[in-house]
Ligand binder design. Structure first.
Ligand SMILES: [Zn+2]
Length: 197
């Protein structure tokens, strides 16, 4: 049983004020991608927020200069995905993003979820050979992708338990206290991993 890789599918707005440089679209892109990497779904606050995140040209600007400032061609993404994808593209046609099992799927397309998913332990898995190609190029097996996802879920649980504990009306049972302690230790172990990396 897999979870969708993207907690919600990003959608680019249909109308956007024309800008002279693609970098000026970052605020709109960030909103449309809900502050997460389009490809691996990692929130931008693990990479220094908006400033640390990149703008990827889905069809690379080095090959398709005409799409350099085209909003529909832009993807808000983490530095690792952007560097992994680089100017890789399967052919000479900007509208053909894959040929057979080689190439990419626009993360705003509903087909993206057919190729990549999230396993219950947080690792990202390929569902198809094309998904496997994307997985390899974007280094989706890196442990930090798994850890960021796990930490987000742990935060929800910890907040819930801590709220209960704060509420004097309801005392936490010893099992809940145990869970909260384990979550706290595990959480900071992961935070340490991200800090060291
Ligand atoms: Zn990413």
């Amino acid at each position: 049983m897999y979870y969708p890789l993207q907690s919600s599918r990003p959608q680019r707005r249909t109308t956007v004020q024309q800008r002279a440089r693609y970098s000026l679209y970052k605020p709109e892109l960030r909103e449309d991608f809900v502050s997460k990497c389009g490809y691996c779904d990692t929130p931008d606050y693990y990479s220094g927020g908006k400033r640390g995140f990149h703008i990827d040209h889905f069809a690379p600007k080095s090959k398709f200069e005409q799409l350099k400032n085209e909003y529909t061609n832009l993807v808000y993404c983490c530095p690792i995905c952007n560097i992994g994808k680089s100017d890789d593209w399967p052919g000479d046609n900007p509208s053909m993003s894959f040929m057979g099992d080689i190439g990419y799927i626009d993360p705003c397309s509903e087909n993206y979820a057919d190729h990549l998913a999230r396993s219950p332990d947080g690792t990202i898995v390929a569902l198809t050979p094309l998904g496997g190609y994307i997985h390899k190029r974007l280094k989706l097996s890196l442990r930090r992708r798994q850890i960021c996802w796990l930490m987000e879920r742990m935060e929800e649980q910890m907040t819930q338990l801590a709220r209960l504990a704060k509420d004097k009306q309801s005392e936490l049972g010893s099992e809940e206290v145990q869970t909260l302690c384990e979550l706290t230790l595990e959480y900071f172990k992961y935070a340490g991993f991200l800090k060291r990396e």
